[in-house]
Ligand binder design. Structure first.
Ligand code: L34
Length: 295
């Protein structure tokens, strides 16, 4: 049996249609245009590609969208001042600083400088803390996108054995946390694996839902999963270039082999990536509504 493909591209398209209508309504009824600034430091090709996609999407949805490119050698102080400027700019409701940042900049300091009300990435400790205790807040975009994919694909999470591979602050930790909460897309029994896990396959074979954010190509092979598993592949690895110079992408799981065993699986590209971008848009609309006292 070949797995059902959970298309992030398709689900993202649906959500964007919903958002587009909402943005039009906010403009017509309230004179409110959601504003998003994406700050890109340096010229990392992957970051350029993601930020460009974010800007294009924001533009398509009718946002006020600002792309702010800064040189690789920008000082930490200058970056902090830039964030301060956008914190005070009332036409901007969401501020995103694309990660990773150059080594000479303290990432935490930069993320903490973003006003929690404009932290549409959900990385500020105020939002992280609220998320952990289950309060209304900006959820980080990738985990938020994964929840939506599970919900909209009709995957039962309540009581499910969920195994997360990876413990990053932007994917592994938050998705594990969200999936154990008493909420739609939650109520799961969650295990988190990482580089020090003794017997990875022992855990992954037990998974009803396997979420892989290891950041390494094809670390999960077919012998590591059980028949009927639902696989969410968060990895976007650049493993080469086509003769035309386009990046060749692959996920963190061996898609071709695992799709013969899984009940459902997300592809790369076209899986979690487009959902990450779409949830950023959803958070920005939310930020705009909150700023205008509409929610
Ligand atoms: N601040 N930094 C901040 N917020 C984020 O949420 C991110 N992330 C991660 C990297 N740094 C960040 C992203 O936006 C990863 N990420 C991201 C976003 C979009 C895509 C992948 C990762 C995406 O759209 N991927 C496409 C392929 C795009 C390509 O051709 O490169 C896909 O279909 O998977």
């Amino acid at each position: 049996m070949s797995a059902k493909i959970i298309s992030g591209t398709e689900i993202a398209k649906q959500i964007r249609e919903e958002l587009k209508q909402e943005v039009q309504e906010l403009k017509d009824k309230h004179g409110l245009t959601p504003g998003l600034v994406t700050i890109l430091v340096g010229e990392n090709p992957a970051s350029i590609s993601y930020v460009t996609a974010k800007q294009r999407t924001a533009h398509d949805l009718g946002f006020h969208s600002v792309q702010d490119n800064q040189p690789e050698d920008i000082s930490e102080d200058d970056l902090l001042n830039l964030i301060k400027k956008y914190n005070e700019d009332t036409s901007i409701h969401g501020i995103l600083v694309q990660l990773p940042l150059p080594k000479h900049v303290n990432e935490s300091k930069v993320l903490y400088a973003i006003s929690p009300e404009k932290d549409v990435d959900g990385f500020h400790p105020v939002n992280v803390g609220k998320m952990v205790i289950g309060e209304q807040c900006f959820l980080p975009c990738t985990p938020h996108g994964i929840l939506e994919m599970l919900i909209r694909s009709g995957t039962e999470t309540s009581g499910a054995e969920v195994v997360v591979v990876g413990r990053s602050n932007i994917v592994g930790k938050p998705i594990a946390n969200l999936m154990l909460q008493k909420r739609e897309g939650g109520n799961a029994t969650v295990t988190i694996c990482h580089t020090r896990t003794r017997d990875m396959a022992f855990h992954t074979r037990r998974a009803d839902i396997l979420i892989v954010a290891a950041g390494r190509p094809k670390v999960i092979t077919a012998d590591m999963v059980k028949e009927g598993v639902v696989v969410i592949d968060v990895g976007v690895n650049r493993i080469g270039k086509t003769p035309e110079g386009k990046a060749i992408l692959c996920g963190d799981v061996d898609f071709d082999a695992i799709k013969e065993k899984a009940a459902a699986i997300t592809p790369v590209p076209g899986g979690v990536g487009p959902m990450t971008i779409t949830m950023l848009m959803k958070n920005t609309v939310q930020a705009a509504k909150q700023s205008a006292g509409l929610v």
